[in-house]
Design a protein around this ligand. Sequence first.
Ligand code: GDP
Length: 616
Amino acid sequence: MAKNKNKNDRQTNLSNTKLETNKKCFLKDGVLEYYGSLTVGELANALKIQASDIIKKYFLKGIIYTINSNLDDEIIGEICIDNNIDFKKMVENEANALSSILNLKDDPKELKERPPVVTVMGHVDHGKTTLIDTIRNSRLTEAEFGGISQEIGAYQKQCHGKLITFIDTPGHEAFTEMRSRGASVTDIVVLVVAADDGVMPQTIEAIDHAKAASVPIIVAINKIDVPGANPEKVISELMKYDIIPEKYGGSNIFCEISAKKNIGIDNLLENILLEAEMLELKANPNRYAYGTVLEAKLDKGEGPKATFLISNGTLKVGDYVVVGSTYGKIRRMTNDLNQIVTEAIPSMPVSVIGINEVPQAGDHFFALDNEKLAKEIANDRKLRLEEESRKSNNVSTLDELYDKVKEGELKNINIVLKANSTGSVEAVKNAILKLNVEGTKINIIRASAGAITESDVLLANASHALIYGFNVRPDSNVRNKAIEEKVEIRLHRIIYALIEELESMLKGMRAKKEIEQYLGQAEVRQVFKASKIGTIAGCYVVDGEITSTSLLRVLRDGEEVYNGKINGLKRFKDDVKEVKSGFECGISILNFNDIHEGDIIEAYKMVEEEDNGRQN
Ligand code: GDP
């Protein structure tokens, strides 16, 4: 359709949407459909009544409106009812525009190969930063102008005439943070493992993250220049985590490098291109751009400044953009060499100026040719975000899961499993994998021994997973992080109970039973021996409260060492009913004296479960 081609000849089917009419409300078959808020004038116009009638009516009620006053939803509804008209607020404004942009099918003929986007991950000190810098510096010597802009957050490197985009921030925190915001920009993960150190905890975490995101892993065995480096040991260690080289029948590419001495880097780059070729990464430069914000900040001189990574399309100076809940017009763009550019094509990082507010890293952006629409969508998003943050306090992840499973919307449940020993990890994992409820599937995206950590919460959040703790507990920091990230932590001591809960969830049923209700945690600061009572723990309540009827568990390094009843709760010499967070107290535990300084005493009670309440 000629109408759908704009003057730059980039495709957009936005002009097909009803929003293009720039109207905020429509009266159709006796129903007023609207979005955002309406002014008295707009509503009167849509309902074909006099604005002065609305103003008069509310004046008599003591509310003063002018023709330009914004009406809230309640009043809009009231006025519609008064006029015998049904009403419906649309939230699809943004969705309409977005889906018409994102779902715009690219003509296969328009698709062109695009550079892969690479993130470097691995354990601390294994050489991630050195690798990124070595590649960056070789880019620098290639570049004839200036230096590489340090602030852009990504750069492109050429290899045999092809480009590779490297994300500057190494490590899985940034990767997870982006994913948890729904932004998956990485096509390939380069996993750096130091040959003199081998597989370490963050190596495994990085593998979990890459796998959860279904991103292929290329292993860079680093520091091969160090005497005693043992690449074969790294290979055999990684095989335990299903990272298997092609020579052993696996699908992972392994490269031996020295990031510091610049050995094997070209080979690594060639292999990245090889992997990219297999992924057949393509994009259509001939459409309006969309992509992700990598970094953003307020520049003193230039105002809000953001780095965009283009996923698809071409971004041009002069385009209007919606970015998260803000919008703007691209005034200036610079590439990773700080050069001014007028266009940015797929997989290219560019620093842009012209957005009205500072967006957040991980926000999506899309370009369009209509400023008014860009502004409306951004405003709608802002309103919705505010609404969501108001509602979010009572979101219960497990409840939502139950509902989704019940309604058949959800077939796969992701789980992060933590247990007190490798033996119990295996036992619980095997029991879970044996669960067989037709049409559903459980993916265990991490299973490891040890306390529940913030990294588990981040992974669960990014992958919409539940965390299951078996004989391990989160400390109060992790618990708070989980609440903040809206991640559900389920805690069990008996495999059977854990399996039963999962099974009933898969069947979309809610089992009613007694569950634990968390009360609070106290830190043991001193230990006293009293001849009659036994050991008394001098404690400081760090979260919630401890009561004189609590059930207690004693945690050491996140693991439960005892579970039982409270014997006595004292403030100074007096017995008390409860001690709240921020106060000291003495706690003795029935039949348990092996309390250590630094232990955490957690108080809980058993309650009849309603609607499958949360345990954390
Ligand atoms: P990161 O924490 O993974 O980003 O690790 P860094 O890049 O900061 O490297 C940690 C240390 O290892 C630094 O002292 C580097 O100089 C050193 N290093 C990195 N790569 C190599 C290498 O290939 N060979 C040797 N000998 N040292 C390296």
